[in-house]
Design a binder for this molecule. Structure first.
Ligand code: DGY
Length: 327
């Protein structure tokens, strides 16, 4: 590293031990008050910085980059990086990094938890009990959908999709179908016990549809009214990927009309706002974007983002870059 310490902004409050780690190497400006800066405020904070640790909700685009000429690296504490305009960053010579692998199993665990809560109507049942409405047993009280032995349909088959497939096939004896832009290698398909199908077959055959694809212009509203109408009325839908992949207005209507049985959603279009129609229907389990939220995984994500900054400014190159700008 050079004698003058690079200046780093940490855009949101993160683990103090990771801030301390970074402060041993960099001139760090932390955000202990956890201020949610507007894009204009973020540009002001970043104007004199060489690097920034972001959490996935700060948009890094051409306008911001033009206002931050010193910026060389943006280290996202998230595996998804749809907050990056990657071509604009590459053109500006700015490296972007994400946090793959360290959250795969934790996120897959949560996908399964949400699937089970959705299929077995756990949120609805808990609200009923808390409201003091439980007076008696009845044969069909909160009778839901079977998970074991059913058909798990996975849209998007990256690392997290594969970890979910293994859980479904090996733990729950499910038949696993998947659709992805590219088909897995035969050995990986066999290991995940997953069968590749086209998207229409995936929708039609799903007992439980799990969304794990990255958000992009291509995946915007990949699940809308037309796709929902192709699903079984008994099917459930789980989205742990990104808001915007599902047309939330269409989903709220489909849930209201019982065109599908239920949904489990950890991500929303325009979050933290939630479509009001989703708040009004009982057959949906809603969580606030917490799929990777265990203490050890979030710490691993923060440390990997920090490792990327350290490796980059040390001249070793970023560890998990998402682009390769020429500087
Ligand atoms: C991710 O890592 O992309 C998760 O959605 C957390 O932001």
């Amino acid at each position: 590293m050079t004698d003058t310490k690079p200046r780093i902004l940490i855009a949101r409050k993160i683990f103090p031990e990771v801030v301390e780690r970074l402060a041993r190497h960099f001139d760090v400006q932390a955000n202990d008050a956890d201020v949610h800066w507007t894009p204009g405020e973020l540009a002001v904070q970043l104007a004199d910085k060489d690097g920034v640790l972001t959490t996935g909700s700060q948009r890094i685009d051409a306008a911001l980059l033009a206002a931050c000429p010193r910026l060389k690296i943006v280290a996202n504490m998230a595996v998804g990086y749809n907050n990056f305009d990657v071509p604009a960053m590459t053109a500006a010579g700015v490296t972007g990094t994400n946090t793959p692998d360290v959250l795969t199993e934790t996120t897959a665990d949560f996908g399964f938890a949400l699937l089970m809560a959705t299929a077995r109507r756990m949120a609805e049942a808990e609200h009923y009990l808390r409201a003091g409405l439980w007076k008696n047993w009845s044969y069909d009280m909160f009778a839901g959908a079977e998970v074991h032995g059913s058909t798990l349909a996975i849209l998007g088959m990256g690392r997290i999709g594969q970890a979910i497939a293994r859980r479904g096939a090996l733990g729950f004896g499910m038949r696993v179908l998947y659709h992805n832009r590219s088909r897995l290698a035969p050995e990986l398909e066999a290991e995940c016990r997953a069968t590749y199908v086209d998207k229409d077959t995936l929708l039609a055959e799903a007992d439980h549809l799990m969304l794990v694809l990255p958000y992009s212009a291509d995946s915007h509203h990949a699940i809308g009214a037309a796709e929902l109408s192709r699903m079984k009325p008994t099917a459930t839908l789980v989205n742990i990927a990104r808001g915007g992949i599902v047309d939330d207005a269409a989903l709220a209507q489909a849930l209201k009309d019982r065109r599908i049985a239920a949904a489990g959603l950890d991500v929303f279009e325009g979050e933290p706002a939630v479509h009001p129609g989703l708040l009004q229907v009982p057959n949906v389990v809603l969580t606030p974007h917490i799929a990777s939220a265990t203490v050890s995984t979030r710490l691993a994500m923060a440390n990997l983002a920090a490792d990327n900054l350290l490796a980059f400014f040390d001249g070793r190159g970023a560890l998990t870059p998402v682009n390769t700008p020429q500087r």
